[in-house]
Ligand binder design. Structure first.
Ligand code: SAM
Length: 280
């Protein structure tokens, strides 16, 4: 690699409040040769407010593959680039992965300018366990795959972070109650760092109740945080005892459905357990 090769900076930008822009992010955006934007107009508005006039080029999911070779050439010839998304940290449910992967594979320099991220901001105020968590991003938009994914997540013991839109949160809460049980502690953090920032903390059933009665509360962007299951993991003595009792009165498929709901495990896993009830 020539010594003059440039650097690709991954720059986090505010998720609502412009004051959250770090001095280093601001400096990087004014010093690089090109800013790669998910949406040049959206980022243009932000840059104008910051008095930054750096050239902007679009990089979104539909042109990323096409743009990568020319950006790699630019980096090789010494140009510095900053990648930004519409809000928060690029690549977190946002474009940039293919560019990153290609830059790393080509041995080019990539450097983060960390800052806001809705997932971490929501987790930090949800009041749910933060020692172990997992980021699920967006669930499938269509009902059938979404429900299937939630069923798969029902046995997760770490706190779950799910991105949602105000429009879909009600459907996701309904499906979460079905998959995880209504008494699972959860939080919805909406419009973080903005004028109407609100964090609701309740059980899943309580949150569903809250939003069903107040559709105004559903406007804007939100993050759903769900506590991990605390029930014994599949195969523990309690779940096996429960299964044996259930099998005395129910067919295997119905027993598996009840177990999956009660213990927060995937239905498939519960069904497999009913096939070997003698194990302990
Ligand atoms: N890259 C961004 C980040 O670092 O958070 C996330 C981009 S993703 C396309 C957009 C989703 O992030 C929204 O649907 C919502 O779930 C969440 N989000 C973004 N800004 C938010 C905010 N101010 N308050 C709550 N959630 C937000």
């Amino acid at each position: 690699m020539p010594e003059t090769a440039g650097t690709l900076y991954i720059v986090a930008t505010p998720i609502g409040n412009l004051d959250d822009m770090s001095p280093r992010a601001r400096r990087t955006l004014s010093e690089v040769d090109v800013i790669l934007c998910e949406d040049t107009r959206h980022t243009g508005q932000m840059l104008r407010r910051l008095g930054i006039g750096t050239r902007r080029v679009s990089l979104h999911e539909h042109n990323e593959d096409r743009r990568v070779p020319e950006i790699l050439d630019g980096l090789r010839s010494g140009r510095d680039y900053a990648l930004v998304s519409d809000a928060g940290t690029p690549l977190v449910s946002d474009p940039g992965y293919r560019l990153l992967e290609a830059s790393r594979s080509a041995g080019l320099s990539v450097s983060p300018v960390p800052g806001p991220c809705a997932a971490i901001a929501a987790l930090s105020v949800a009041g749910l366990p933060t020692d172990r968590f997992c980021f699920e991003g967006f669930l499938p938009a269509r009902a059938v795959p979404r429900r299937a994914r939630l069923e798969e997540l029902a046995g997760e013991t770490r706190t779950l972070i799910i991105y949602e839109t105000g429009r879909r949160i009600l459907a996701t809460l309904r499906d979460s109650v079905t998959a995880f049980g209504g008494d699972r502690p959860a939080a919805v953090a909406r419009e973080l760092t903005k004028a109407f920032e609100t964090v609701y903390r309740d059980t899943l059933a309580g949150l569903l109740d809250r939003f069903e009665g107040d559709t105004d509360a559903l406007r804007g962007e939100c993050v759903l945080i769900v506590a991990g299951t605390r029930t014994p993991v599949a195969g523990g003595p309690d779940i096996r005892r429960a299964m044996r009792v259930l099998l005395e009165v129910l067919p295997a498929s119905a027993a598996a459905r009840v177990l999956a709901r009660l213990y927060g495990i995937p239905r498939r896993e519960a069904y497999e357990m009913t096939l070997r009830p003698a194990d302990d």
